[in-house]
Ligand binder design. Structure first.
Ligand SMILES: [Zn+2]
Ligand SMILES: [Zn+2]
Length: 90
């Protein structure tokens, strides 16, 4: 087991942990060339892009509004253990 040093999430492999760390760094290196949505993983991006082609089907209606894909079990939601420290005004 690999354990994230930031949120203590447990990953099954070193590569999973590596990918998970992107959540904390905020990096989303993969970008959809159609709508510009960013993704943390290559797989997520390709799945998303496939949705573009499936929706359009070459018809050209252009009515599809792709929802951001948040079904990644490793990454989870963006609402991680972010601590927002607010300085109390004195
Ligand atoms: Zn983490
Ligand atoms: Zn897209």
């Amino acid at each position: 087991m690999y354990c994230c040093g930031i949120c203590s999430k447990q990953l099954s492999s070193n590569s999973s942990l590596d990918r998970h760390m992107l959540v904390h760094s905020g990096e989303r290196p993969f970008r959809c060339h159609i709508c510009g949505t960013h993704f943390t993983t290559n797989g997520n991006m390709h799945r998303h892009i496939r949705g573009h082609y499936r929706n359009g089907g070459g018809g050209g209606t252009g009515g599809g509004s792709p929802t951001s894909d948040t079904g990644d079990s490793d990454i989870g939601s963006d609402e991680g253990p972010h601590l927002t420290l607010q300085e109390a005004p004195r």
